[in-house]
Write a protein that binds this ligand. Structure first.
Ligand SMILES: CC(C)(COP(=O)(O)OP(=O)(O)OC[C@H]1O[C@@H](n2cnc3c(N)ncnc32)[C@H](O)[C@@H]1OP(=O)(O)O)[C@@H](O)C(=O)NCCC(=O)NCCS
Length: 136
């Protein structure tokens, strides 16, 4: 298993992974929309975990000069609990640290509270914020 920056040939595997991991996500989060938008930034912060040319996992990081963010942390159902999620987060953390990022944030949907333990195991803690958003 290798974790490396996303390449064009990974598209179908990534799209299938996100459909499996995030079945209720809106169209704006689908690979067809969000991958080209991410690649346009040219920041090399979209990573995939690959084994035998199969995409088993993904993570998208972002850095705006102030905070780092993690998105689309996903591991294929049949590859869970092998440490791939951990390795993906650590890869993204290293990339963000190399950019000078001093704090990473992420959001977990309240309906997905089970993954909080996964992030706690990686050193994240639940912070007392209310998350807000607005569609443009
Ligand atoms: C969350 C996710 C990325 C974890 O990937 P993974 O490769 O299975 O994680 P790891 O194997 O690195 O797990 C490391 C540790 O985290 C904890 N952990 C992982 N998944 C967990 C879960 N669903 N519930 C509770 N603890 C969990 C365990 O302590 C695990 O160690 P163990 O297997 O020795 O018990 C994966 O379950 C996933 O893709 N979920 C669906 C998508 C999703 O919800 N993403 C997060 C959006 S915020």
């Amino acid at each position: 298993m290798e974790i490396r920056p996303y390449q064009a040939a990974d598209f179908d595997g990534l799209d299938a992974l996100w459909r499996e991991a995030f079945p209720n996500d809106p169209p704006r989060n689908r690979a067809a929309q969000s991958v080209p938008a991410k690649l346009a930034l040219n920041d090399n912060l979209l990573f995939v975990a690959v084994e035998d040319d199969q995409v088993l996992g993904s993570i998208m990081a972002g850095y705006d000069g102030h905070r780092g963010w993690l998105y689309s942390v996903a591991v294929r159902e049949d590859a869970k609990r092998r440490g791939i999620g951990t390795a993906l987060v650590q890869k993204a953390e290293a990339a963000l640290r190399a950019l000078g990022c001093c704090k990473i944030n992420l959001q977990v949907r309240s309906t997905n509270a089970a993954v909080i333990d996964f992030y706690k195991g990686l050193g994240f803690s639940v912070e007392d914020h209310v998350s807000m958003g607005r569609l443009l």
